[in-house]
Design a protein around this ligand. Structure first.
Ligand SMILES: Cc1cc2nc3c(=O)[nH]c(=O)nc-3n(C[C@H](O)[C@H](O)[C@H](O)COP(=O)(O)O)c2cc1C
Length: 200
């Protein structure tokens, strides 16, 4: 055989990382870090469109608020955002009411009433169409993309796509609980980049 059975995981099949933004009852934002995310075809009253599927594991504030509001944002994580993103991924919003003491620049969605992150170059605004309960602590949200916003310079097609892509500096979940950049640099184990925040 040319290959051997390995542990089930996403190693070498990297996933983009997103900060999901939801609005709490008092109107302030909560952000959590997510990678179980991919694109799907959807059908809305406007016809076929592009959507996403998001798997949310055990119960958490983000899941509570997505269920309550039916809308949320997904903000692409970049190298600059990584310490904050890693913090948002390792600190529970339910258990830490002061989680949002570290904050990016928060804006409101251009299409939906959702908190978005100004420092993130690409933001999706998502409306839940269907929730599928897979198992205890595992739910998949199928969502329509109501809007995509991006930094204006990324839309300049006079610049080759690869140059614009690299300028975004996305960080991926590459496997073995490590962050990697799109151009192949190691950015540490989950839980490491956030240590930079504590030192500030
Ligand atoms: C790199 C990374 C990726 C993550 N991806 C997911 C995911 O796809 N689904 C999920 O349910 N939790 C994921 N988490 C965990 C959540 O970010 C974590 O539960 C966080 O506390 C959510 O924020 P909240 O408590 O404010 O809702 C991930 C954590 C890390 C560090």
């Amino acid at each position: 055989m040319s290959k051997k059975l390995a542990n089930i995981g996403n190693s070498f099949c990297p996933q983009a990382l997103f900060l999901y933004g939801t609005k709490k009852d008092d109107g302030t934002p909560d952000f959590g870090l997510f990678c179980w995310f991919s694109y799907i075809n959807t059908m809305t009253e406007k016809g076929p469109g592009m959507g996403v599927m998001c798997c949310i594991g055990e119960d958490k504030l983000t899941k509570d608020l997505i269920r309550k509001n039916g809308v949320f944002s997904a903000n692409l994580v970049t190298e600059d955002l990584l310490p904050l993103a890693d913090y948002y991924g390792n600190v529970s919003g339910r258990e830490n009411p002061d989680k949002m003491r570290h904050m990016p620049t928060v804006e409101n969605g251009l299409v939906l009433d959702v908190p978005t992150i100004a420092e993130s170059p690409v933001t999706l605004e998502l409306r839940v169409q269907k929730e599928i309960h897979m198992a205890e602590g595992s739910d998949v949200f199928l969502c329509e993309i109501s809007g995509v916003s991006m930094k204006e310079e990324l839309m300049n097609q006079a610049v080759p796509f690869i140059d614009r892509y690299l300028s975004v500096m996305p960080v991926l979940a590459g496997g073995e609980f490590r962050y990697v950049t799109a151009d192949g640099r190691d950015m540490g184990h989950w839980g490491e980049p956030m240590q930079e925040l504590a030192e500030k």
